[in-house]
Design a protein around this ligand. Structure first.
Ligand SMILES: Cc1cc2nc3c(=O)[nH]c(=O)nc-3n(C[C@H](O)[C@H](O)[C@H](O)COP(=O)(O)OP(=O)(O)OC[C@H]3O[C@@H](n4cnc5c(N)ncnc54)[C@H](O)[C@@H]3O)c2cc1C
Length: 647
């Protein structure tokens, strides 16, 4: 019987973390040497955790799918990382960052976790600067900031449009230092395929060597999951092609609750879908909304002329442009949070004002900025993003506005964790995008990098000690134990089954079909009938997959078809769980928009009486309905209100 215990310490909000650290157990240096930790994932969450745990003296093994740890999806992050330094003297503070994050997440996250995140945000910047991360600086040499959605201050630190890459290089260098010292052993191209649980505690993993197909066992005193988000359940997303939710699902099947699976973020500024053969979407960073203005024409004649190509967007005079975000949300304008901006774009396109052939695009325009600040300013701030846009679209965004449209980008849901970042399986921790912890129903821009690095550098290294202190007399895990034997057998049987089907459908065609169902019914707008349909269709597709998929090749070689098949099998499960969760949550909050629950102006309508909780789903077996556990949310330090970005 699972009981959700958040483990939030008592005491005033601002003192909780300090008091907690002072009271939890620590492991002495002599004992750390005896303890083994497995970290899955080398993005900002995993790399920072493994480097720190190695530095502390634990024996760490780190795993990733890519050929090098520094190719993790985190490298794609463009815009920046938040911290409450108040360098701009614009009245930022830890409280303001905490409050913006709680409000941005539509009051569906845990106050204590979010406050701690804001509190340690400043340490992250110091740590990264010390590592040599080349953050942008102002004329006087101080670190520069820009603004991201949902905030009225400038608190986003950045390295042009490559913030994730630079931060990951910093973490990777710290990781390599530990690899050289022998404290971290790195296993690139090794994919975790199952979690091994012994006597109710996480004790290791089964992994597949992706180059040889060998199935291997690894034991440890604790396992840390840092495997990123599951946005690729939608097939098309801004995520890296390798991003997947399989490791989280393996843990879910072994007893870790999955929290808020339906909370998926739709990012408003992506390059629109071009056609049916596309396998990836490209993000245009939110940072562009600092200087870019979003609009569609006011007049339908202009919309039609633009679609036909008889008019260029730059031909439309100012008076005939509808800067709809500035019109609807004067206080935040183009910097409203992502869920709000995405829905507003959809509203304009649904009303017929979409500006590309399919009617599914709006403009992001730098005309005003060019006039006021000039090309050199734009080049310096966003040069690589402009170049990327031109390469993909063959349109010069210095001359004509970019076309953008919302797309799946991030998943706020993930494994349920307590204040210590421990899942419902003792000894199993989840950090970064893989957990559900800090963003509620909608993540604010530049807060994912902050959370991943907070978890990895500053939170987990403390809290894991509290658990490991009880394990100092436990010998190394014996990987000959029957639980390892059984897990390995199950994996081999699953792989054999996939090769044996020899059906007519490619893995990709099934993934794409799932993506269509997800986008249509579990996408930007959801309703009861659609969600029920999605569940039915996904269940049918699951049957189709397990009876008619074709996986080419065999297990003894580098086989990306097999890799994909294993991941798509899990995406089908995740998709179903997302729809079940979305159906249960009969309210609109953040990115979860139930059409039945909206205001007259089309804004989200929460139901705080019935849904002020984290939904944590427990796996009950194949083809069984999962069981819902509720973690009630309490707000003592901020007033729960309807989100207002108008004034
Ligand atoms: C285009 C883009 C731009 C973004 N820009 C920003 C930004 O400017 N600011 C911001 O705050 N956020 C941004 N984000 C979000 C942010 O990048 C991610 O949320 C964050 O990087 C996730 O980090 P992570 O460490 O949790 O996981 P990831 O970086 O996704 O890393 C996951 C790791 O797990 C490994 N892995 C996965 N499954 C397995 C398995 N079964 N076995 C072994 N290894 C496995 C992978 O190989 C990888 O190493 C952006 C996201 C995108 C898509």
């Amino acid at each position: 019987m699972i009981e959700l215990k958040s483990q939030v310490p008592d005491g005033p909000l601002a003192e909780k973390w300090t008091a907690h650290k002072a009271h939890i157990k620590v492991v002495s240096p002599a004992n750390k040497k005896k303890l083994d930790i497995i970290v899955i994932g080398t993005g900002l969450g995993g790399a920072s955790a493994a480097a720190t745990l190695g530095e502390l003296g634990y024996n760490v093994k780190i795993f990733c799918i890519s050929d090098s740890p520094r190719r993790a999806h985190s490298i794609a992050a463009q815009g920046g990382i938040n911290a409450a330094k108040n360098y701009q003297n614009d009245n930022d503070s830890i409280y303001r960052l905490f409050y913006d994050t709680i409000k941005g997440g539509d009051y569906r996250s845990r106050e204590a976790n979010v406050y701690r995140l804001a509190e340690v945000s400043n340490n992250i910047i110091d740590q990264c600067v010390a590592q040599g991360v080349p953050f942008a600086r102002d004329y006087g040499g101080l670190l520069d900031n820009r603004s991201f959605g949902g905030a009225q201050v400038s608190r986003t630190f950045y390295a042009r449009g490559q913030t994730g890459q630079q931060l990951l290089l910093g973490a990777y260098a710290a990781l390599n230092r530990q690899v050289a010292k022998g404290k971290v052993q790195s296993f690139p191209r090794h994919e975790m395929l199952d979690l091994v649980v012994i006597n109710g505690e996480a004790k290791g993993i089964i992994a597949r060597d992706l180059t040889t197909g060998e199935i291997k066992r690894f034991g440890a005193h604790a396992v840390v999951l840092a495997t990123g988000g599951y946005g690729n359940a939608y097939f098309l997303s801004t995520n890296a092609m390798n991003s997947n939710g399989s490791a989280a699902m393996q843990c879910y099947r072994k007893g870790a609750c999955f929290a808020n699976p339906c909370f998926a973020q739709i990012h408003p500024t992506c390059i629109p879908v071009h056609g049916d053969q596309q396998s990836k979407l490209t993000l245009m960073s939110e940072s562009l909304r600092n200087d870019g203005r979003i609009w569609v024409p006011k007049n339908m004649d202009d919309v039609i002329a633009i679609r036909k190509g008889t008019k260029k967007p730059s031909d439309i005079p100012e008076k005939d442009r509808d800067y709809y975000l500035e019109r609807r949300y004067p206080a935040f304008g183009n910097l409203v949070p992502r869920d709000v901006a995405s829905r507003a774009a959809k509203e304009r396109c649904d009303a017929g004002y979409g500006v590309n052939e399919q009617g599914l695009a709006v403009f992001l325009d730098f005309k005003t900025c060019m006039e006021q600040k000039g090309k050199a300013y734009i080049e310096e701030k966003y040069g690589n993003l402009f170049q990327m846009y031109e390469e993909i679209n063959d349109v010069d965004p210095y001359k004509e506005p970019m076309m953008i449209f919302p797309a799946i980008h991030y998943t706020m849901g993930g494994l349920w964790v307590d204040y210590n970042l421990q899942t419902t399986i003792p000894g199993l921790y989840a950090i970064g995008e893989a957990n559900f912890s800090d963003h509620g129903g909608n993540r604010l821009g530049a807060s994912a990098l902050m959370q991943g690095l907070a978890d990895g550098y500053f939170i987990l290294p403390y809290t894991i000690g509290d658990y490991l202190a009880k394990k100092i007399q436990e010998p190394k895990v014996n990987t000959d134990a029957p639980e390892f034997e059984q897990a390995e057998k199950n994996i081999k049987a699953k792989i054999d089954k996939l090769f044996s089907i020899k059906g007519k459908r490619t893995v990709d065609s099934i993934h794409k079909e799932l993506g269509h169902i997800m986008w249509e019914y579990v996408g930007m707008a959801r309703n009861e009938a659609g969600l029920k349909k999605a569940i039915e269709e996904i269940r049918a597709l699951k049957k189709e997959f397990w009876s008619n998929v074709y996986v080419a090749g065999d297990n003894s070689v580098f086989n990306q078809e097999l890799e994909k098949a294993l991941r798509v099998a899990d995406f089908l499960e995740i998709g179903e769980l997302m729809a079940i969760d979305a159906l249960n949550r009969n309210e609109s909050c953040g990115g979860h928009f139930r059409e039945e629950m909206q205001t007259e102006e089309g804004e989200t309508k929460r139901d705080d009486v019935n849904y002020m909780y984290v939904s944590a789903w427990e796996y009950k077996g194949e083809n069984q309905e999962p069981e819902l556990h509720k973690e009630p949310l309490e707000f003592k330090y901020c007033t729960v209100a309807t989100r207002n970005y108008k004034d």
